[in-house]
Design a binder for this molecule. Structure first.
Ligand code: ATP
Length: 415
């Protein structure tokens, strides 16, 4: 049994949601106090989430009949809200769906953006459930003063092609732009807007009186795709299908608010499944972000770009000289090549061997960097081949408001 969860702090200021060590984790900024990164253990307690457990990992394996994804095996997806409840429901052949999203703020995604999509793709395949993907063109227009609506619209289409290239099931995936699908969302948006006060939004997100009013209006729009009646073409008249949101933990303020409102509106509370951040090349202090380009690896980068960036910028926890590395070994906690391999190298035994060899000085910094260059170049090459094949027709297909069967095949067979 896990300990009881603390009350969900719906009015806690995002700016105040700092772990005691002064880490800052908000939807708008990530800054670790220590060079070894965010103290996620403290953050779980601060936010009032539940830790991932071996019991849940085993349950996922049992329910899906396959080994959990490496992100789950390695505790990269490290905490949740009500994942246990959703898995219990699934065990009893009760539906759930996946909800994730993307704010189109740049033409190309970076490796940090891939984390929720890789996880969501795995979960869709493993559980055979529908998925809705919100493209928050309204949000990025509102939050980025330098962007025009035309620029955001162009980036949105490019991002949607990237997203499709992750391999989502076209029969079970609905991608929508907020500005296009708003008519269907609006009844729920107004319910949420009526249930949440200005003070609450200010408290949760830290906005001030000079911020555009659209910033205050936006969080309800990110909340409502978690209510199944926002998608009648998928769920028909069903009222009780909960969603599960795989994303990084910086999105928690949105979904704390969402869960609080859901209870008041008598909707199912959304579940969430949170990852740690994929760090920037320069170290564990922040997440990889579009706002710091030399610190990122883009999905459009060539093998030569990857090689150059890793050799030049990736922070090393290895010894300063070959001799020092051989004598003392590397500090894996702050070493970017090792940390990136934790995310992208599939083979657990190989990763463990690298950890052993590199931390004891048997492996050199140049060698682990070379390994990472190979792993990422292969990943990006395969991604870019899939991306090249995505057409405007594919975009239309994924975005069409069409009937989608929400029932996993194994539930239908069990009937
Ligand atoms: P950026 O500032 O780089 O554009 P963002 O957070 O604005 O990033 P969004 O498109 O709004 O990007 O976020 C989509 C999802 O990607 C969210 O769940 C967010 O937490 C996640 N995400 C973004 N960057 C990272 C990262 N470096 N590591 C893990 N998840 C990330």
């Amino acid at each position: 049994m896990e300990p009881a969860k603390p009350e969900e702090p719906t009015t806690q200021a995002a700016t105040e949601v700092k772990a005691e060590v002064e880490d800052e984790v908000t939807p708008f900024n990530i800054a670790a106090a220590s060079d070894s990164g965010i103290d996620y253990d403290k953050l779980v307690d601060k936010f009032g989430c539940s830790r991932m457990t071996d019991e849940l990992r085993e349950k996922i394996e049992r329910l899906t009949g396959r080994a959990p994804h490496r992100f789950i095996r390695r505790n990269i997806f490290f905490c949740h809200r009500d994942l246990d409840i959703i898995l219990n429901r699934y065990e009893q052949n009760q539906l759930f769906y996946l909800y994730t999203g993307r704010g189109p703020s740049a033409e190309a995604l970076h490796l940090g953006h891939t984390i929720p999509f890789i996880m969501t793709r795995y979960m869709q395949e493993a559980f055979d459930v529908p998925l809705v993907i919100q493209i928050t063109d309204d949000e990025k227009f509102m939050y980025r003063p330098e962007l025009s609506q035309e620029q955001v619209a162009k980036m949105a289409i490019s991002n949607i092609k990237d997203i499709i290239a992750f391999g989502f099931d076209p029969e079970k995936t609905f991608i929508f732009l907020d500005t296009e699908y708003i008519k269907e969302l609006y009844p729920n948006v107004t319910k949420v807007q009526k249930a949440v006060t200005l003070n609450q939004i200010k408290g949760v997100f830290g906005f001030n009186d000079s911020d555009p009013v659209g910033k205050y209006a936006y969080p309800p729009i990110q909340a409502v795709p978690s209510f199944c009646n926002s998608f009648p073409h998928i769920f028909g008249s069903r009222k009780n299908v909960p969603s599960l949101i795989p994303c990084a933990i910086d999105q928690d303020p949105y979904f704390r608010m969402t869960r609080d409102v859901a209870a008041r509106l008598k909707y199912e509370k959304t579940g969430t499944f949170y990852s740690t951040f994929f760090p920037g090349l320069e170290g564990m202090k922040g997440k990889m972000s579009s706002s710091s380009l030399h610190n990122t690896i883009l999905l459009t980068d060539s093998a030569a770009d990857v090689k150059k960036k890793i050799n030049k910028y990736a922070f090393s926890g290895g010894g300063a000289t070959e001799q020092e590395q051989r004598e003392k070994g590397a500090n894996l906690d702050v070493d970017m090549p090792y940390q990136y391999l934790r995310f992208f190298l599939e083979d657990d035994a190989e990763l463990a061997q690298i950890a052993e060899d590199y931390s004891t000085g048997k492996m050199l910094t140049g060698q682990i960097k070379q390994k990472l260059i190979e792993v990422l170049s292969t990943y990006l090459k395969e991604f870019q081949e899939r991306r090249k094949a995505i057409t405007d027709e594919d975009v239309k297909k994924f975005m069409e408001v069409r009937k989608i069967n929400p029932v996993p095949k194994k539930f239908e067979e069990a009937r």
